[in-house]
Design a protein around this ligand. Structure first.
Ligand SMILES: NC(=O)c1ccc[n+]([C@@H]2O[C@H](COP(=O)([O-])OP(=O)(O)OC[C@H]3O[C@@H](n4cnc5c(N)ncnc54)[C@H](O)[C@@H]3O)[C@@H](O)[C@H]2O)c1
Length: 270
């Protein structure tokens, strides 16, 4: 039996990146806890598959094609949410990609693209969700950040790290502005969670696997479903006094000083 504080029945959640990975897992988690869903993704077919899985759970879900790097498309998706559901209680801002390159060479157009994807896209979604939630005097916004917004990943991730740092600070600013009016804003910062892009990069450079795992004391990569519990907690009344929080989902990565500690836990003491 689940605790009633985690019950999301009667609530409507808008989640971006809902066709795969953490956005999909978050959407399914919300539906399993009783919410109805608006699923945004550039991959409409994938979002429709998630919608079907949610329908099988007995919840309502619509899938919309939406590129979060285009604020106009984000705004249109929220207008459609108004006509379909008439409210927004939860926003999960998950979609958006980075690009890698040497910082001394990277084109400013690429930096702008990353910011449009990760910062402007999330901010537009926060604005749209926030306005509706402020009018309702209740709502929870969850921004996906990254450990790369807290400390440096290196490996050519400068624009990504800059953007994720901005996502974290945006979360703090908005939570400060809005929490007195009922709207909570929090940020989840994952370490490496398996997805197709990460798999391809590790296949191309097998030494990345040991490098990544060396930074994760729990000794395993994240799985998309690892986000479910934290997302349901942040969306629900179970976290009613939690706002402006930046919460690692990282198997202990941010707690570790990789340069000053042996990775991997007790086995290194022998
Ligand atoms: N996987 C990780 O290791 C990790 C770690 C920290 C942060 N993140 C961040 O978390 C988010 C989700 O990562 P994931 O691992 O679930 O990725 P994923 O690749 O499994 O899924 C991303 C989804 O977002 C969609 N998408 C991509 N760009 C989009 C856009 N412009 N508009 C709308 N949809 C778009 C894709 O079609 C896909 O369905 C990303 O912002 C990523 O940077 C990921």
């Amino acid at each position: 039996m689940s605790h009633p504080l985690f019950d999301l029945s009667g609530r409507v959640a808008v989640v971006s990146g809902a066709a795969s990975g953490m956005g999909k897992a978050m959407s399914l988690g919300f539906a399993e806890s009783g919410a109805d869903l608006v699923l945004l993704d550039i991959n409409l077919e994938g979002a429709e598959d998630t919608a079907q899985a949610i329908s099988k759970l007995g919840r309502k879900a619509i899938a919309l094609k939406c590129d979060v790097s285009d604020a106009g498309q984000v705004r249109a998706a929220y207008s459609r949410t108004d006509s379909e559901f008439g409210r927004v209680d939860i926003a999960g801002n998950v979609a958006g990609e980075g690009h890698t390159g040497r910082p001394e060479e990277i084109e400013l157009a690429v930096v702008e693209k990353v910011f449009k994807n990760l910062v402007i896209g999330r901010f537009a979604a926060c604005q749209e969700a926030g306005r509706r939630m402020l009018a309702q005097k209740r709502g929870s916004i969850i921004n996906l950040g990254s450990i790369g917004g807290v400390n440096s990943l290196g490996r050519g991730h400068t624009p990504y790290g800059m953007a994720m740092g901005a996502v974290i600070q945006m979360t703090r600013e908005l939570s400060t502005e809005w929490s007195g009016r009922g709207v909570r804003v929090n940020c989840i910062v994952p370490a490496q969670v398996m997805n197709k892009g990460l798999e391809a990069r590790m296949q191309a450079r097998p030494d990345l696997t040991t490098t990544f795992l060396g930074g994760i004391p729990m000794g395993r990569f994240g799985k998309p479903n690892d986000i479910k519990g934290l997302a349901i907690f942040l969306a629900s009344d179970a976290s009613s006094w939690v706002t402006g929080a930046v919460i690692p989902l990282d198997g202990g990565n941010l707690a570790l000083n990789a340069g000053g500690s042996y990775p991997g836990g007790p086995r290194v003491y022998g």
